[in-house]
Write a protein that binds this ligand. Sequence first.
Ligand code: BES
Ligand code: MN
Ligand code: ZN
Length: 493
Amino acid sequence: MSSLIQIRFQSTDIDAVATSEGRVAVIVTPDGKLDKAARRANRVTKGAVARLIESKRFEKAKAGQVISLAWPAGMAAEALDVLVLPRRTDATEARKAGVALAKAADGKPLLLMAGSQGKIEELAAGIALRAYSFDAHKTGDEDEAESSDKGDVVIHHSKPDQAEAAFAPLMAVAEGVHMTRDLVNEPANVLTTTEFADRLDEMKALGLEVEVLEEDKLAELGMRTLLSVGQGSDSPSKVVVMQWKGGDKDDAPLALVGKGVVFDTGGISLKPSGGMEDMTMDMGGAGVVAGAMRALALRKAKANVVGLVGLVENMPSGNASRPGDVVRSMKGDTVEIINTDAEGRLVLCDVMWYAQERFQPVGMIDLATLTGAIIVGLGHENAGVFSNNDTFCNAFLKAADAEDEGAWRMPLGKAYDDLLKSRIADMKNVGGRPAGSITAAQFLQRFVKEETPWIHLDIAGVASVKSDTSYAPKGATGWGVRALSRFVQDNFE
Ligand code: BES
Ligand code: MN
Ligand code: ZN
């Protein structure tokens, strides 16, 4: 696993501007005001900061941007990073400034002279979120590998203890985000269903109760649709249940359910080979559930939350399920498998049913890299949001918005549901090409009890992306961990 950055707060020592090695950052307001540290940097560099402020470059600079001066005279540092930011800022702007600093630092040790900057904990959170790289499988220069993501950050601030306390829960969430990214980035020969379950089991150390349900148990429970997806693979199917009991003993939990297809070949309805390697991320929903549970445990959330993930591999083989097979779900409804590549819903429907039967949750949120169609509809900017309950859904959308994680509500309705009718079984597992993401959601809704407030998040477009996003380098984003943690905090704590 990639190692986590350390961020420490200290009281201000102004001499560090000149003497600190690595990179030194100072803050200048957009209208060109220098604080004490920036003035010191200006003095030791014989006016470099003042000249920067008078330049065209600064005139065009926007809040949250970093302008780097390399090898500044009079300083021991290899770079002086000038962060443009108003003293008073909001959480999102502060986080984005942190992201910009982390990008500029690129893993080098950084000293930020923050003075009495507002929202400093959010700025630090931005650094923590962006300071990530996945190089578990990069060999070569050991020293370089060492330094690539471990450059620690020291922040000098007028109220270091207060900043530290405000930052601790944000760092817990960042740790959850990093866990999700590690899981999603990991190739499928490493992250088998067994390895995935083992990594979740390790979270017992954080105070989570973790159970791993093996195939015999799943068969006993009647999870036949889930087992049908994994039956062509040599890796055993598993369901992992993680319970965080931070709330009142009698409070029913919120349930988070994740699709954990460790690799999706499509099965007998085989996918084309071009781009198939991307299907290592088809466990993204389970990855977010894992990261969210980690975040809740680390920040000791005062709520009851249960995370359930269905871990399977979708492979073609002599034992794989066929198009045309009919299987009976745990709920009892029968499903005609038209396309073995529409496997995520077959996994989720059993886990969702089990979650409701066992826990009678106050609400249920499932996450899945479920359809290519959601990428056609929403691209990589927004996850698709489907729900049977406006109040529950709006509360989630609010949390996602506050965390700057794109989420867009999509419709549900009987006409879409009708597309799932089967000639020989209770339903088909696909509803045709039109509205592919909605018919997938309709399939899931058939396994949601009327009294359960439910949200389905189709994260196929946002779980992993090919270019840098606002908070993550290319690859896994960890989308959803922040929104879920905030959703729990705002509604259940
Ligand atoms: N895992 C895929 C969806 C997916 C596609 C995720 C691209 C991320 C990127 C899912 O299992 C799948 O194959 N869905 C099919 C459904 C179809 C057969 C009804 C799809 O979207 O084509
Ligand atoms: Mn598939
Ligand atoms: Zn899939």
